[in-house]
Design a protein around this ligand. Sequence first.
Ligand code: ZN
Length: 289
Amino acid sequence: MKEKILQLVRFQTESTESWGVQTDEGVRDLGAILKTCPTMLDAIGQWEQLGSQVESVLRDAPLLSDCQLLSPLPESGKTICIGLNYRDHAIETGADIPTEPVVFNKLAGTVCGPDDEIPLPQVSQQVDYEAELVLVIGKHAWNVDEREADDFIFGYMCGHDVSARDWQKGRPGGQWLLGKSFPNFAPTGPYLVPKSEIADPCNLRIQMRLNGETYQDSNTGQLIFSPSQLIAHLSQCTILQPGDLVFTGTPPGVGAARNPPRFLTPGDVCEVEVEGLGVLRNPVVAAQQ
Ligand code: ZN
């Protein structure tokens, strides 16, 4: 693991929304000085030229004293999720090891950022946590070969695939969609880390903590389908676009698989940590009227 990893952030101040880099001194606003690149999506689109310059322009970027971090990507594209993608989690749930990725998605209104509240829906009593590694697509990808698929990934971030089990399982048609799509059920961030900063995305420790206690602790080495395999598989069927998100699945230790089950309750604080990608912290709050 590199000593200092480049951590891109999107943020809001009193007057503006922009993107930049989290440094030891605080957030530096790159959107303010790079005129052709006012947004994170612009930065992703221009990264081939921009990536090598970031270190040198950083010291000229304004240092912000106060800003609120947002989800690294706005919810503009697709939020695709992979189910049962950890060998150890598939065994935990009693499911067969999939021979093809299990794919579902989340509706708009789910993506939120660090520190955003996760409201428990009034109609669910079984809201569960899932720590995940999220891929951020960097280029238009259609019918991509697995050997080239890595080129289409921009970077990685922590994600939380919040899941209402009583709306995920046993519903007509076997659809998981609604159980995965309540408001703020897809926290992401706090950082977007370009892929060049991560030596091997299939060797990262991944954890979920609730109120400081560890509930999931595994490694992306347990992934059944690697990021490249997922991009190749998905791009046969849908055009992936810059800024699209792929949640890659969760390791063992989810609440539904515990005895007794451990579902989220108001006042819980969830922390997803993926090695090198920071800590994604979100409080859980009671149902909103
Ligand atoms: Zn998941």
